[in-house]
Design a protein around this ligand. Sequence first.
Ligand code: 13P
Ligand code: SF4
Length: 298
Amino acid sequence: MKDKIRELIKQKNGIILAHNYQPPEIQEIADLCGDSLELSIKASKTEAEIILCCGVKFMAETASILSPEKRVLLPVMDAGCPMADMVTPEALKKKKDQLGGIPVVTYVNSTAAVKALSDICCTSANVIDVINSIDSDEILMTPDKNLAQYAASKTNKKIHLWEGYCPYHDNLTKEDVLSAKAEHPNALFIAHPECSPEVLKLADSVQSTSGMIRFVKETDHDSFTIGTEIGHLYPLSKACPDKQFFAASDKMFCEDMKKITYENVINCLENPSFFEVKVPENIRKDAYTAVKRMIDLK
Ligand code: 13P
Ligand code: SF4
């Protein structure tokens, strides 16, 4: 099946992008695995005619926002992100009016319609740079309250929170981390900024998923407790096969990130019209401005 997928994607002049949380066998067929920022940059630069996105819906939408002339495919159309659904365009419009039009920074883990109402997007890899690029002392951040609190702890700006969160990262407790630390006392604890502030206080380093890969490669340390979605242990172990990685908690398992299989990918490539993600042009134009501003900061 692996060979068939690679053959089909080549015939169709496509590329396969996979998020770091995807199952190992899906990461193995991808042209690029990465964090949300790396996947967005690749989607904005590729010459391919088809972008097959192995991730969740907002990632495919971001690719469609950046490359409207390309065919963007998502092999499982109901692979979503519960956090992205915690802010609607209607609720955001209302909040913007209440706050008197202060700039809105929206995490890429959001719908295209919400991005379209935002001034700029961010990912976990660039959130501080994005916040610092804004010419205002007051900002509204959506939808992740944990990412917003992490950003607030690193800048002097007043950040208004949206009450959204990732159910799997927010689920990691201080007690889970303390017991993981007791079990592996020599391991460094690396956490994703979607974790709660009390968990981040215990972290030796706070990183996006690809930031974690760079961090473990660069340090001399050889064991790590990982505070992010459990699938990320695969790319970390692949990057550093001689180092040890422990999950901070088995509860950090994102079901949506695990829906894609080889069968789905083949079906999607053979019947692409059923798996196309296309952001309507009236929404795409404004969403593009917000995503492009973020990408241009790099
Ligand atoms: P990053 O890979 O950008 O750190 O994002 C994590 C995430 O939750 C994606 O759904
Ligand atoms: Fe969304 Fe959390 Fe799953 Fe990432 S891990 S896709 S933020 S629910």
